[in-house]
Each structure stands twice: as C-alpha cells, then as structure tokens.
Design a protein around this ligand. Structure first.
Ligand SMILES: Cc1cc2nc3c(=O)[nH]c(=O)nc-3n(C[C@H](O)[C@H](O)[C@H](O)COP(=O)(O)OP(=O)(O)OC[C@H]3O[C@@H](n4cnc5c(N)ncnc54)[C@H](O)[C@@H]3O)c2cc1C
Length: 455
C-alpha cells in the first residue's frame, strides 16, 4: 500500500501546488489525525491542497487511479468520515483564505478555516454569522450539514446565511451554486453538501454583532427537574437574541451538575434584563455569565471537547423536554462511566424555525431542541463501556424524542435509515435523484451517504 502511495506521489506531484504525503512523510501523522481519537484510519495518500486547482487535481488523481476518496475540512466530523483507510484523503486544512467585505456585509471563506479563525476575521469588522459553539470546529463540514449555534435564533442556521459556494464535482468540473446558479445543487448543498462535491469557497451573509452577554449557570444536578420546568416557562416569548442550552455534566472536581449555557446577541445591558429571572432561579451555585467578545463565547466550551480524546455521540431532535426525558437524562448522567461525558439539549427557536422547510435539504426546523449524548474518554480499554453508555441513554430516551436527527451529529455506525431520518423521506428521495445527476458513480461516498437513485 505504501509502495503504491509513493509511486502515485512521484507520478502526480507535478500536478500539485500543495503536497502529496505518504506514510513515510513527517507531516502524514498530523494530517491523518482528527478531533475524534477513536478514528485511526490510514490513507494510502494524502493530498494537502492549497488551491481549488489542487482539489481538482486530487479528484482527477482519484478517478484515474480508482482510489476511494475522503475529504477533510476541519476534521471535527463526529463520524470521522474525513479520513479514509487506504485511498486518497483530500486535506483542505491549509486553505485558510478569508476576505470580509464590510460594506456588503459578506465574507468569502476557504474550506480549511476553523470557526475561531473565521470569527476573528469577521469580528475585526464587528460582524458575525451563525457558527459552531466550539472554536476548533471546521466551517466546511458544519455549514454543509446545516449549522446550529448561538446566533441561530436571531439569524437562522449557518446554511441559511450561505449565499453561494464554488465546488469541484465528481467529474472534476468547477461549478458555482447559489439561488441563481445551479439552484437545485445549492438546495442539496445546504444540508447534505458532502455528498455533492468538494466546496472550494463559501460566501456568507454577515450581521453586526458587538460585545455580548454570555456564560454558564451551574446548579446541583438534583435540581434538574425544577430548573428545566422553570426554563420552559422562561423561554415562552423570550427574544430571538437569546440562545440557551441545557447541559448535564460534572465539575472538574466531579460534582454532578446541570448547567444552562446562555448568550444574548444584543446589547449586554438589555441581556441583563432578559436573563435576570433565569439567573435568580435557584440561585445557581455559580453564575459565570458576563459581558464578553463573541470570539470569547465561541471558545468558552473548547475545554469540554479537546482534540484527540475518544468520543462517541448519539442524538435526536426533541419537541418537548417531557418530565420522563428529564428522568432518563438525569439517571443517564449519574451512570456515566467517564466524568468527562456530557448530555446537551440545544434550544432551536426564532429565525431558524421561520425559514421555510422546503427551502433546502437541511430539515427538522420545527424541533424545539436537539439532544446530544456525548461520551468522552481517553482509555481505549474503556471503549465498550462508554459507547454502551451513550447507546443505553439514547435507547431509554427514544419514547421522548422525535424521529428526526441532525446529519452533523450522526456517528460512523449510523447509516441507511438514520441518514434518511436526517432529511425525512421526501427530501431524502429528492437528494437521491440529485445525487444521480451530480455524482452517479457515488464518488463522494465517505460521508453520511445518500446513494444515487437507481444505484
Ligand atoms: C466538539 C464539537 C462541537 C460541535 N459543535 C457544533 C455546533 O455548535 N453546531 C453544529 O451545527 N455542529 C457542531 N458540531 C458538529 C459539526 O458540525 C460536524 O462535526 C462537522 O462535520 C464538522 O465539520 P469539519 O469540517 O470540522 O469536519 P470534517 O470531519 O473535516 O468534515 C465532515 C464531513 O464534511 C465533509 N467535508 C468537509 N469539508 C468539505 C468540503 N469542503 N466539501 C465537501 N465536503 C466536505 C467531510 O468529507 C466529512 O464527511 C460539533 C462537532 C464537534 C466535534
């Protein structure tokens, strides 16, 4: 395998401005390692691209040599589909170009950017768009699967703010997709993007955003039922600017906690007024809410998801946090084999729910919450216990969740019906037809795959 990679690297290097790496190259190990330490795949060859032309050359290489292809953006994909075992990994992580136009309030961003890098560049102009809640997540995979974050109530999902993409298709063609150009492709890219090509450039709409009020409220875990009941009432009529999540977690010392993560995307003084009742409830054992720059909010949870630990994730959308679900999650949290695991309920409200459902592939806007059960540990010997824990909690939660799931939170072992559940039957069928048009040979299949209709 290594010999073949070396031969291919020698033969094709002249076509690349970037590098072709084989297992003997120093940069190979770092390039194949991703956020989830469970993923230990070894590509035969890695194309570290620096331009759209490199991406096109990589697609041609894989076609000519009949190599399976994976695409790495930020390398945060929960399922680890960025790294193939054997085959060619097309690594975009060196593509970091970003251009903000403060007049039109638009940004053009390359696919190797992480949200921390993206937010720093846009916040330099007092602008932002909806991004992920951990700064080392890639913009590419998150946008192409949808994108939920602190600004979704005010400005919609990340994909709702996407204006156009440039991409390389399976046959090496370069296309632009937007509402005006290739609109059916643009429909598919916003939610199921990894199936349709390799995006070389994203253009997003930006919004003014200054300092915000944000942070965590920590309560003893036994208050979970009362807190969630209070939170439910508190959310009624709350402004789009307010984003909250509920988390079941442990303190660094191991104390069982339930937390509210909150951000108010408006003037901090107004946020103080809006958040006052929630901050008074309990009162919390710690109130960590304060005014901070948006870039600070976007990295405040980074320590809860360090790169390289082992992870397993189970999720579903939820309409209502019923008392039965609270019991399941409280009991589940008490049974965590690893103190670093976490259960999150992201609130879905405001603008993300107002965008018409048919507008794009991304779905389940009518959910009120997204439930993520995230097992995190470091010892490979504890894999079975931690994976088993996440599955058990998820199984116990099934009577209380909706059928839908968020594509970006699917794990490697969730294929077929779970991918279908990410889009719903009607959208899935439309996606399979579009796949047959844009990628009939299923060249882009190492992803949450939608096989072409008729394949
Ligand atoms: C710690 C953590 C926090 C997260 N927080 C959030 C959050 O707040 N909100 C949210 O919505 N999601 C969140 N996610 C989920 C996140 O959206 C997905 O993990 C997403 O896939 C990450 O994108 P990436 O580019 O880093 O990943 P990668 O693993 O590089 O890519 C993921 C998938 O997209 C494909 N892909 C990557 N780049 C391209 C490209 N340019 N063209 C075509 N296909 C491409 C890959 O082939 C792969 O199949 C989080 C994930 C983690 C691990």
């Amino acid at each position: 395998m290594t010999g073949n990679g070396a031969r291919l690297a020698r033969q094709w290097q002249g076509q690349f401005e970037g590098q072709l790496l084989t297992p003997v190259d120093d940069a190979y190990e770092a390039s194949r390692r991703i956020w989830n330490g469970m993923i230990d795949n070894r590509p035969e060859l890695i194309a570290r691209c620096v331009s759209a032309a490199d991406i096109r050359a990589a697609v041609k290489l894989a076609s000519a040599e009949l190599l399976p292809v994976s695409v790495r953006g930020g390398g945060h994909g929960v399922a680890g589909t960025a790294v193939c075992d054997g085959g060619l990994m097309i690594d975009l992580s060196r593509m970091k170009d970003i251009r903000v136009d403060p007049v039109s309030r638009q940004v053009t961003a390359a696919p190797g950017l992480l949200w921390g890098e993206f937010d720093r560049a846009t916040q330099a102009h007092g602008l932002a768009t909806t991004g992920g809640q951990v700064s080392h997540t890639g913009i590419a995979g998150l946008t192409l699967g949808g994108g939920i974050g602190y600004l979704m109530g005010k400005h919609g999902a990340t994909c709702d703010n996407l204006l156009s993409v440039d991409l390389v298709t399976a046959d090496g063609e370069m296309l632009t997709a937007s509402v005006e150009q290739n609109p059916d492709l643009f429909w598919a890219v916003r939610g199921a993007g990894a199936n349709f090509g390799i995006v070389t450039s994203f253009r997003y709409r930006l919004h003014p955003l200054g300092e915000v009020l944000a942070g965590l409220l920590l309560h003893p875990r036994e208050l979970a039922g009362e807190l969630i009941a209070f939170h439910r009432e508190f959310l009624v009529g709350s402004p789009d600017e307010l984003d909250t999540s509920i988390g079941f977690l442990n303190s660094p010392e191991g104390a069982p906690l339930v937390a509210v993560v909150a951000m108010y995307a408006g003037a901090p003084r107004e946020g103080e007024r809006v958040l006052e009742p929630l901050r008074k409830f309990g009162p919390p054992v710690a109130d960590l809410i304060r005014a901070m720059p948006y870039t600070g909010v976007q990295s405040m949870l980074d320590d809860a998801a360090p790169v390289g630990d082992r992870y397993y994730w189970k999720s579903n959308f939820v309409s209502e946090i019923a008392p039965g679900l609270v019991s399941v999650l409280r009991d589940g949290a008490a049974a965590m084999p690893s103190p670093h695991s976490i259960i999150l309920l992201f609130e879905i409200k405001g603008e993300i729910r107002r965008v018409p459902r048919a507008a794009m592939a991304f779905d389940h806007r009518d959910a009120n919450f997204e439930l993520s059960i995230i097992a995190r540990w470091t010892d490979p010997g504890a894999d079975a216990a931690n994976i088993g824990w996440a599955r058990e909690v998820w199984n116990a939660a099934q009577p209380f969740v909706s059928a839908g799931v968020y594509a970006n939170h699917l794990t490697a072992d969730e294929t077929g019906s779970r991918v279908r559940a990410a889009y719903g039957a009607e959208k899935y069928d439309k996606l399979a037809m579009l796949k047959a048009r844009y990628d009939p040979g299923n060249f882009f299949r190492l992803n949450h795959n939608i096989p072409p209709r008729g394949a």
